[in-house]
Design a protein around this ligand. Sequence first.
Ligand code: 6PG
Length: 248
Amino acid sequence: PPNPLLLYSFPSDDLPRALADFVLKAQKESIEKKGRFTIALSGGSLPKQLKELINDPTVKWDKWQVFYADERVVPLDHPDSNHNLCKSKLFQHVPIPPANIHHIDPVLLDDIEELADAYEKELIREFAQKDSARFPVFDLILLGLGEDGHTCSLFPGHELITESDRWVAYLEDSPKPPPKRITLTFPVLNHASRIAFVAAGAGKADVLPLVLDNPEERKLPASLVKPAHPGQLYWFVDDAASVNVAFS
Ligand code: 6PG
């Protein structure tokens, strides 16, 4: 059975520091073990929560291998691009080697299926020979939570929820714009060593208890994130997001 989830709630001003400390601990353990740190980032409001990593001298940027948990199929300099967002909020302020950021560039391939295949191959290059696992084992995946319970670009009721084979999938009918997206799949999420959801603000207050309490009943995508043992699931939330959560 999966490890029980760990839920941490902070005043909203304290969340970025707590998240940075958590990321740094994961970084340290991963580099000690394997000499590298593989992380997948989401877009939306997540990148700005990583601001405490800027100017932190203990981040070993040259050891990071960054992938995107999901990406909107728009040019890399478009305001909707998750890569663009991560760049403007984080990467352009830190000395990370550009080759360590594995972005998805729709300008290179205008067929979305080929784009998803190419990203899967990029993951295989990073993970397959090194870990020789059926699915990549990320050291850390950082996820956001949609108000409808989606995470990555895995939406309630969408057929991609049941994808059990592919590492990377695409969709052209995302209910949250833009409609064309590339996403990691549940098997990839659930093979990670650690996953942390980050949910902040009153907009998440209604959905959070639906995801955390009796998740089996609703099968919201965010409640289907259950890393296989020994993987660990964490939630980093702020006071406003967790106002309806009963802490035991
Ligand atoms: C995306 C995101 C998505 C996001 C959630 C939450 O590309 O849209 O990666 O999965 O994390 O929609 O978004 P917010 O953090 O902006 O509320």
